[in-house]
Design a protein. Structure first.
Length: 139
């Protein structure tokens, strides 16, 4: 077999491989769901919108689910200001990692470079206390 025959065999094999992938593509997409990756990347993208909320902290743990509830998109940054009259505890994505925010204090959370954005915001006050917190998120 000559060198030109082997090049032709490689080219024919490549053509069959490409044709086979084109025919199998729908099946491969069902086996390896690329749409999950696309949805993940879409959720990480910056839309350019702002979401303003007023959170009323009570002794009962409460939370915002920004994925399953409006805006159906995680925040990239969040700004919190405690209008009081008491302290409030705030957790980002994890209810076991609460940070105290005293009356009159503010806090900015920036998840720009993080693998995970702000998907959940947990908040609560001490027993017998209440607090009003302004939350501004950008997504």
């Amino acid at each position: 077999m000559s060198e030109s025959d082997s090049i032709i065999n490689v080219m024919v094999g490549a053509i069959f491989a490409v044709a086979g992938i084109a025919v199998l593509a729908p099946t491969l997409q069902r086996i390896f769901p690329v749409t999950q990756l696309a949805q993940y990347l879409e959720a990480q993208a910056y839309v350019g919108l702002t979401d303003d909320r007023v959170l009323t902290g009570t002794p009962t743990m409460q939370w915002l689910n920004l994925i399953s509830d409006p805006p159906y998109h995680p925040w990239i940054t969040a700004y919190f200001f405690n209008d009081g009259p008491h302290s409030v505890f705030i957790g980002i994505n994890n209810p076991d990692e609460l940070t105290q925010l005293a009356m009159g204090e503010d806090k900015t959370v920036d998840m720009t470079g993080a693998d995970r954005r702000i998907e959940f915001i947990f908040y609560k006050c001490n027993q017998g206390e209440r607090a009003s917190v302004r939350a501004i998120g950008k997504y």
